[in-house]
Design a protein. Sequence first.
Length: 244
Amino acid sequence: MARGLFTLSRVGLLLCLWLLDVAETMQRSAQLIGIDIKNNLFPRQEDVPSNVTFQVTSILDIPSEWNDKFSLVNQRLLVAGLRHNEWIMAIENIYRALKPGRWVQLCEHTGWLNPTPLMNVYTALFEVILRAKGIDSGLFPSRTADVWTRMVEDAGFEEIGVEYYEVPVGKWAGEDGGAMTENIVALLQGMKGVVVSNSGFGVIAGGEEGYERWMIDLVEEIDAGKTKPKAGYAVIIARKPAYK
């Protein structure tokens, strides 16, 4: 029986779509599991196929009964959620969970291309928040997947490959670009409380009103597309060696 493991980041319910899209292409005998550290982002079980389940589990503490269990692990967008040593642990746990000869796929944000001026402010704000959380691994903005690739190799994976993608951001780029803007707005709304309560971390002035004004200006700047901004992503694929 084929099995798949999908770890959710804390960005939002949209990340469940990967697992649900995969479920549409597979037989119902294939079991697919999505995990996150909280369940508030999970869809209702009655709204997903019967072979798809979601459960509260951390990639840093997966159960021992998952050893050598999965055919594919897909993990994405945890660059802001894991410290350097936690990344090492996460990748080692993924290695442990995979069957011999099976695959891992990591997808992570590598920064902005052709950023607008206010997107540079966004990056500066994000970096300050990460440092405040103790996440100062050099992974964001990472620009390349070199650090992740080394971690994957050190964990024992082979046949490692990396692909880079550039996704247009803003209404200037059509429907998909507009959806990317919406994702940014959702993330910034989620960050507002911690930013305002910490006096903008010295990056955004004016309290809540100043933060809201900055958000509006940022979205207008992105959607106008003067610099044609894009989001960079890296996808790392690798195979756990088969037993001899």
